[in-house]
Design a protein around this ligand. Sequence first.
Ligand code: SAH
Length: 216
Amino acid sequence: MSDADGRARLILELRRCGVADLRVLNAMERVPREFFVPPAFVHQAWENVALPIDCGQTISQPAVVARMTEALQVDDRTRVLEIGTGSGYQTAVLSYLCRRVYTIERHRELLGQAESRLAKLRRRNITARPGDGALGWPEQAPFERILVTAAAIDIPPNLSAQLAIGGIMVVPIGDDSANQCIVRVRREETGLDIEELGPVKFVPLISGRAGEAVSG
Ligand code: SAH
């Protein structure tokens, strides 16, 4: 199957799974997922599956990227904070849909690889840094949108505090991989409005020990 056939087939599959937002589908059609997967998995880049990347992490399943991006409701005026850059694939998708993406990754090695891929694709509206994303990015807060791409045990308090009033955070919540749910959090004047969007499987958000991965 050619790359173009693979792309078209995946986009159709996403539509069949219920992803209706054409901007999200267009962005996913434009981002060459084969750039973001290890060489051994390039032949599977346009399949609707999560794949392993370095440091024991994963590039998310396209259907999950699509659902979470759609749930985030971004537009070209939005500033988004993403936690867990990983391969940089989700970052690239967001970069086509919003004004600027701030992204944090605890593994320097993954961050370096992601930054060079994003530079090759000439994505210029991305600011990336290593660190513990559970702490957020206070210097750039508040954010209209926050997307967490690793599973947290609870809604990370530093992140909800850095959400603008009226802002939305999409975050997988759950303490074991068999029992996680995508949660959409809206910050209202009076508190947080929380909505469950369905089951999912993510690698864990590792917090408070970022020094181990970030130093060196
Ligand atoms: N969005 C990524 C998915 C990466 S998997 C993609 O499209 O490829 C989740 C990532 O979150 C991993 O790279 C992991 O190292 C990172 N991560 C886990 N805990 C983190 C934390 N506290 N701060 C920043 N990144 C974290």
